[in-house]
Design a protein around this ligand. Sequence first.
Ligand SMILES: [Ca+2]
Length: 580
Amino acid sequence: MKNVLFLTLLTLQVYTGLYAQNSVDKTVFDFESGNLSGWNKLNINGEIEITREDKHDGQYSLKLVTGTSCTNYWDIQLETPQISVNSTHFYRISFWARTVGGNGMIRISTADPYQLKAETGGADRQYLSDMSIGSGWTQYAYETVYGSRMEAVGNILQLRIDAGKVAGKTYYLDDIVIEDLSYEEPLEPVAGGTIPLAEKHEKFLGNIVPNDIPAFFDLYWNQITPENSGKWASVEPWRGNMTWTALDKAYNYAKKNGYKFKYHTFVWGSQEPSWISSVSPAEQKAAMENFMRAVAVRYPDIDFIDVVNEPLHAPSGIREALGGDGATGWDWVIWSFQKAREYFPKGKLLINEYGIISDVNAAMRYLEIVNILKERNLIDGIGIQCHEFNINGVSVQTMKTVLDLLGATGLPIFVSELDVSGNPAGNEESQYQIYKEKFPVLWEHESVTGITLWGYITGTTWKEGTGIVASNGQERKAMVWLKNYMASEASQVPDKFESAASQKNIFHDEEIEIYPNPATSYLIVKGNGVKRMDIYDISGKRLMTQYNDGYINIERLEKGVYLLKVETESGTVGKKILKQ
Ligand SMILES: [Ca+2]
């Protein structure tokens, strides 16, 4: 197996640059060891041996001779060692072979059912199709079987060469290759990224904040939505007794760092305080208005507000008190937005719902409410949650149709609660593939003004398997990809809803100079209007802060890689620095 050989030689060869010729996307059996160690002879109605009588390449090949009584494939059968494969990847299996005198027949099968399945329909591919083997050396390949590509189900593949179909034949086989068709070179972080990721973009890329600011938040995100602390039951668990601690933390953090803050949420049929069901309708209505007023007084500079959450799936428990269906069918939603407009004249008022991105019909029903509000000039944006149960399986075509439909209103779309778990949930490769395929569809759509992820630290997210950074800072493939994407030209798309004033936040690298790098004892930072400099370690922990430009003493830093974040009047940029 060349895989094993490659891994052993990698450390010796890496400096020569030769390793590119051997990639881990292939397993090759060339029989050049001269023996069948690790192979299993399952049925020997004939002969199975390694020979120098003939070969496709090298000195050795595999010789199979079928006995005169052979009639079934399994009458002579040889099993390979276990081969490591990547679940969800597609594979091509090929081998070189000849039959003395021609007219041979060989089939490849897997040791157990469901090691491979069909790409379409998911049928088991334990038995691949028959191969007629001619008299000259020829490569036989399974890339599609019965019209469908072969996908690995788990992480083990073990093949059988089933050769007993035709009696009295002598076969030579060589260079059996199992090739990973989905293999890509490992992702490497690219240069040019910013801290946070959307620092140089017109659109925002945000995340949620639970009771405390999560680790590494500043490295990635520039918009904040409180995860739970703004929901009615969290704010006012007892009537008239309001709790602000976690909300204060999230709001103040956003304002201090210049991140957009979204309030989540006022009118929603979930996580409402239990006491509201035991008061009169008039008191329910007054209590909601009181809730909005209290938030408006405490947080005067809220950027976005989820006024009504999930009107289609979880309409408010007090909707009758707020006006009920009424003549429009949605009078309670209209009342909610009227009150929000009154208390938050500067905030952008949003509606928020799930199940929209994956369902054109649901998007049409959602638009009925949006249009009722739009006619009354009560709505400033459309929120679509985009949780894993909607995003994992949706087609790009459906996503585009829904975004176009919502965008036709002329209102900005807020992707408000994005998370991706992969299939199965937590599968790193699948999560990465989904991010890579679908995140750009959302981000680059002209009507999307920003994206908020619903959590990112593995093990702390609402939905299992949706984390993209481990609690020790280790980034999963999806996160590495997201950083690369946000550093790419493709992600630099305009936000047609942003005012020209926002252009001042676009920062150009060339306006700032940092040297020497690598550095030993000091760094010189030159640029116009440098206001602040922060040095972070690679886990995202802030180690030093300085409020003027010029010179930073880094003698006390250990040797290693650090991130320097420089804030100027025109924006912020992050640079990697090496302390020697
Ligand atoms: Ca060989």
